[in-house]
Design a protein around this ligand. Structure first.
Ligand code: IFM
Length: 453
């Protein structure tokens, strides 16, 4: 049974974060308001009324955070760029101070040998674009490609690979269908034009990045879906959920077509959003990597509420994270081998762009160590079975603003943050991850290979 140290030489180790979750400084240096600034101001939207206005104050403390990353011996750092810092209204003139922040961040990372892996959109849409319809407005896709080109022109000389979108599934369903995240719309399946326009934005931005000789990935939250029982009704419900969560966001990019959306009650043209030629723009045969964010499998049964084509059930008899998410490391193996079967040669190399857990532990976070260690063992097994996985970025470097859950209740970091003082304290998992990376690298070097450039 392979373990984490059997991962191949050249495998890249990293951590992941996102702008609104760590940066703070929402009113500084010309940053415009984002949908998250607006949403967090809504009464009752976020646990304890928290906001990301300060979060981890990373905007001012990034040297300390980079030192923490350096201490881990990382190959790469996945972060996101706040579009409202670059174009405060999502279009038009560039805010030089905002771009300069990421320029410094990139240089500071490179100075300690860490390769930056930026995500262009991790949910913080400029509010001015939301006022014009947000991702329900087709024009947002074109604005996104314009913004991607601006950032790539500035950083592309030092940043080889880019992620266009983070988790369009979560952004569409939580943000536009259910109203749990910004922008807080509750459109249910009528939210799906927002998915199409994000995918169109991905396609247009990918073309702009490729034109500049840069590598492109797309990260999504994917889940292996299992029917609660072998009954045909549960199997049909599971297939419908798989379509919504996984295939809707991956088939068009890798295969150039949408899956059959009939089980969701959604017309083929996604309520008129899909125009002739769109799928050619979205289809990215030259996609350089698929970013997979894995947290847990999903168990599905036939609906009890006729309003939805499925019911989502808990997975009993396994540990659960502080969020209540079931811990199923083998689900990662099933997910990745399932992708290989489903997409065959159309599947590009995979990078795990997120995996981790929230716990209620303070510094002695053995639950997290067990979680990460079991998932990395499952990953090593998957790689040994022939799936091409190139790297692993754990979520997250530091405790941060966990969206609707606010600041304190869901801590995902290898590093504890005292939000009153901004004091960072590495947890036990920090030393564990550092040692794991060092042992893996030493082992690969001993076998005659070099793991990182
Ligand atoms: O914190 C989030 C992140 O922004 C996107 N993926 C899941 C993480 C944990 O919920």
């Amino acid at each position: 049974m392979p373990d984490r140290y059997d991962l191949p030489a050249g495998f890249r180790w990293g951590v992941a974060t996102a702008a609104y979750q760590i940066e703070g400084a929402v009113d500084e240096d010309g940053r415009g308001p984002s949908v998250w600034d607006t949403f967090t101001a809504r009464s009752g939207a976020i646990r304890d009324g928290h906001t990301g206005a300060v979060a981890c104050d990373h905007y001012h403390r990034h040297p300390e955070d980079i030192a923490l990353m350096h201490g881990l011996g990382l190959d790469g750092y996945r972060f996101s760029i706040a579009w409202p810092r670059i174009q405060p209204t999502g279009a038009g003139p560039v805010n030089a101070a905002g771009l300069a922040f990421y320029d410094r961040l990139v240089d500071d990372l490179l100075a300690v040998g860490i390769t930056p892996l930026p995500t262009l959109f991790h949910w913080d849409l400029p509010q001015a674009l939301e006022d014009a319809g947000g991702w329900l407005n087709r024009d947002t896709a074109y604005r996104f490609a314009e913004y991607a080109a601006i950032v790539a022109d500035r950083l592309g000389d030092r940043v080889p690979a880019w992620i266009t979108l983070n988790e369009p599934f979560v952004h569409t369903v939580y943000g536009y269908a259910m109203g749990i995240h910004a922008p807080g719309r509750t459109l249910m399946f009528e939210a799906l034009p927002a998915a199409h326009h994000q995918l169109l934005g991905h396609g247009l931005a990918a073309a702009a990045l490729h034109e500049r000789g840069l590598e492109v990935m797309l990260s999504n939250n994917l889940t292996p879906v299992e029917p609660a029982t072998p009954s045909p009704a549960d199997a049909a419900a599971a297939a419908a959920y798989d379509t919504l969560h996984n295939r809707l966001f991956t088939d068009p990019v890798l295969l150039g077509r949408y899956p059959d959306l009939a089980a969701l009650g959604v017309p083929d043209d996604i309520f008129g959003a899909v125009r002739p030629g769109d799928l050619d723009l979205i289809h990215t045969p030259g996609l350089d990597g698929l970013g997979v964010n894995y947290y847990n499998p999903t168990r599905v049964a036939a609906p009890t509420d006729p309003g939805l084509p499925f019911d989502l059930l808990d997975i009993p008899d396994v540990p659960h994270t502080a969020f209540g998410w079931p811990v199923v490391p083998d689900g990662l193996r099933r997910l990745l081998t399932g992708l290989r079967i489903r997409y065959g040669t159309a599947l590009p190399p995979i990078t795990m762009t997120e995996n981790g857990c929230s716990t209620t532990e303070d510094l002695d976070d053995t639950f997290r160590i067990d979680y990460l260690s079991a998932h990395l063992d499952a990953l090593a097994t998957t790689v040994a079975e022939g799936v091409d996985v190139r790297g692993y970025y754990t979520w997250s470097l530091i405790d941060n603003f966990e969206w609707a859950e606010g600041l304190f209740s869901q801590r995902f970091g290898l590093v504890h943050v005292d939000f009153a003082t901004q004091r960072r304290t590495p947890k036990a998992s920090y030393a564990w991850y550092r040692d794991l990376i060092a042992v893996h690298r030493a082992r690969c070097a001993k076998e005659g290979s070099v793991t990182s450039p």
